[in-house]
Structures are given as C-alpha cells and as structure tokens.
Design a protein around this ligand. Structure first.
Ligand code: AMP
Ligand code: MG
Length: 404
C-alpha cells in the first residue's frame, strides 16, 4: 500500500501534456492555450477619449467657469491627423475617438453647457483626465496570456482585439471508460434480481467531460477473462483508460491481471485512502490506465483525487489540484489510523470563516451523501479524532455555483 500523496505524485510524474492543435477563436472557449501570446501592437493603439465631451488644453481651463471656441468634431472611428486643439479652443469628441494634437484633457459633456459654437466648462479640469493613453492597457510586445491558461471570455476578447483568429491549444485527450461486472445492465434496461445499472460509466463520462477531456464509453466487461481482454484492448486505443470495479482481491476481479497480460506496467495497487483503497495505476506504453474501485462513491472520489489532476495535466493546465484551504469542523469526526480519510462535507461561510459540516452518512455505499456534498475534507492518515472547532484541510467538489 502506498500513501495518498505518493500515489498522486507517482501518477503525475508519468503524465505529460497532449499535443497541440490550432482552432478558430470562436471554438477556443474552454480550451487551454498552448503557447504564450504577446501584443502585436500597443493597446490602445492611440491616445483616445474615455468620454463624450470636449478635447481641451488644461492650461486654458485654469479659471472655472471658462468658455472656449469649438473648433472641430471627432466622432468614434475618425482620424485625428490634421486636427489640433489651438489655444482657447476645444474639439468636440466622442468616446473612443483619437485625441487631437494639443489636447491633454477631455471634459465630459455633462460638465459643460453642451455648446456647439462656444462651450462653457463648469467643473475643474485636471491634466490627463478622461484620456486613455496609448499602450496603457497592454504595451506592444507584452505577454497578455500565458500558455496553460484556460480561455474564458476575457482571454477570447483580448485575442480577438489583437486579431488572433487561430489559436494554439492543447489537444483534448480521449478517455475510454470500461465498466466491469456480471451484475451490470446498461442504462435503459430495467435491472432484474441481483442486477444494477452501470451508473459509473455515466458519472465517469460526466466527470471526464467536466475537465474538458472527451469520454468514450466502451461498455461492460463481463466477469470472465475473454470479455475483459476484448474491452480492455479496445479501451487501450484511447489516450487514457479508466476502468471501474473488478480491481479488489475478489474471485472475479480480473482487471489488473488482464491489463498485465495486455502489456501494461502496474505502478501501484492499493492506496492508503478511504474510500478508494484498491485503486491501481498502470502505464500501457505511454497510455495511463486508472483502475478505480466499483463502488460509485469510491469511483467518483478516486476520479476526483487521482484522475482529474492527471487529465488536467494532459489538457495543459498549470494548476492541477483544487486549492486546499482550512475549514472549521462543525462536529466531531472520527476515523481509523493509517489511512487518509476523505469526508464528504457541506462548506459554508459563517462569520468570516469556512465551516465544514458532514454531508451525511459517510459509509462508502451511501451515494446520497455525495449529492449533498460541495466539498471534501482530507483527514490525515495519522489522526483518529477531529473535534468540533478544529481546522482541517478541505477543497471544493464540483460546481461552486450553489455556494452563492
Ligand atoms: P467490485 O469492485 O466489482 O467488487 O464492485 C464493487 C461495488 O461496486 C459492487 O457493489 C458493484 O455492484 C458496484 N459497481 C461495480 N461496477 C459498477 C458500475 N459500473 N456502476 C455502479 N456500481 C457498480
Ligand atoms: Mg465486480
């Protein structure tokens, strides 16, 4: 048995980012940028007005109110070459229009009498006010988005601003999912006596998709060697293989043996965590193979702690693990020594601190508690009792939208 931390670092040390491809910017949201991008020009490209108003010389406006002659008009999209603000004059200007020569301040129309031939300014004018200066947002040559960054609407906007219509992103790994067990029926079939629906295939596919990778359901390997050979061989054609169940020490647990027969090299089996102890990790050539326990709660938790960071690394992310932070326990928790215990919790903000309450019955077979959890507490292997009021390490689980 290896420790939780050792298992994760062993996995991550064998994972590398997928190759890259170029995609149109319209398709790039949700992808991870594969190369740094720097500004091909200053943004903004010229000094321009931040307001609808008047471009002025601040030295002309020492005494308020002051009246100036309106000598020109610059709408958005106009060019400022050949336009200048002479002494005693103002040029009417719209937001985004380039500021003319001589101008060192813009006076918003709301602070004037809105005059057409002559304009009277009613408020104090400060040099530089309401001007967006060339390069103040991003100077030419500056890296504005780094490789390994998830492309969200803000990154997309800036890439578009700089005219970058095709962007290099990391390829998304295809993740094969093989379920095992004679008791399973596929979704859509009604389970008979002793049968259950192959629900892990669906939750694994959902979890894979949440990372940005592409799930491929291979089907159910029945509890015999030939069926395992056929489905695992098919699964190994993908970039990653995840199996569920059949990885303990039972009579029908064939996954590890058949993977070995097919040429996979096992890097560990059995981890000091609960739930999820019998997890195995192997490499078939370069292809990572995660053999997760079949109990739905164990499958989801081991995916979260071991597979998700690995997929994020393949997808090119720099940040692989959800940030750990401290939360105060709302109640006493007990565990056996020797293994890290992953506790399904509800996290809520109370009086400036995060409070962690058990999400319900923590037995591995209780799936409902998983639905009520928005976080996981990581109780260290050595500890036995964790008292209410004590701080423990936690991280969020799943979408955070229900926290607001
Ligand atoms: P096993 O590792 O094969 O002993 O399975 C452990 C437990 O997980 C058993 O209760 C199985 O019925 C259950 N299980 C196995 N595979 C699945 C699956 N694909 N979907 C839902 N539950 C499963
Ligand atoms: Mg089984």
């Amino acid at each position: 048995m290896i420790s939780f931390e050792e298992a994760r670092s062993r996995i991550l040390s064998h994972i590398t980012a997928c190759g890259t491809e170029r995609v149109p910017l319209l398709e790039a949201a949700g992808r991870v940028l594969a190369e740094d991008r720097s500004a091909p020009w200053d943004m903004p490209l010229w000094d321009n007005s931040a307001m609808d108003g008047y471009a002025v010389r601040s030295a002309d406006c020492g005494k308020i109110p002051c009246t100036l002659t309106v000598s020109g008009f610059l709408p958005a999209g106009a060019r400022a070459d050949g336009v200048a603000v002479e002494a005693g004059c103002a040029v009417r200007i719209m937001t985004g229009a380039p500021t003319p020569a001589g101008c060192d301040a813009v006076v918003p129309v709301e602070e004037t009498d809105d005059g057409q031939q002559r304009v009277t300014l009613n408020e104090k004018v400060t040099k530089g006010q309401h001007i967006r200066f060339r390069g103040e947002d991003v100077p030419s040559g500056a890296i504005f988005v780094q490789a390994g960054t998830l492309l969200r609407p803000p990154e997309i906007n800036m890439l578009a601003t700089f005219g970058l219509a095709l962007v290099p992103v990391f390829r998304r790994p295809v993740v094969a999912i093989v379920s095992t067990g004679d008791e399973l029926v596929e979704l859509g079939q009604t389970p008979g006596p002793g049968e259950i629906v192959n629900s892990n295939a669906l939750s694994l596919a959902a979890a894979v998709r949440e990372t940005g990778a592409i799930p491929r359901l291979i089907g159910i390997a029945r509890d015999n060697l030939d069926s395992h050979r056929e489905l695992l061989r098919e699964g190994l054609k993908a970039d990653v293989l995840i199996t569920s169940a059949g990885v303990s020490a039972g009579d029908c647990d064939f996954v590890r043996d058949v993977l070995e027969e097919l040429g996979a090299r096992q890097l560990f089996w059995k981890v000091g965590i609960k739930p999820g102890g019998p997890t195995a990790f192997a490499l078939h050539g370069e292809t990572p193979v995660f053999s997760l326990p079949g109990n739905p709660v164990s499958t989801m938790i081991t995916f979260e702690e071991f597979v998700r960071p690995a997929l994020l690394k393949m997808l090119g992310y720099r940040q692989l693990l959800r940030p750990l932070f401290k939360a105060v326990l709302a109640e006493d928790l007990k565990k056996k020594p020797g293994k890290v215990q992953i506790v399904r919790i509800r996290l809520e903000r109370k009086e400036g601190r995060w409070l962690a309450t058990s999400a319900g019955n923590q037995q591995t077979a209780i799936l409902r508690t998983m639905l009520d959890a928005n976080g996981l507490a990581i109780l260290p292997a050595e500890g036995i009792t964790f008292a209410a009021g004590q701080e423990v390490d936690v991280h969020f689980y799943g979408s955070h939208l229900d926290l607001v």
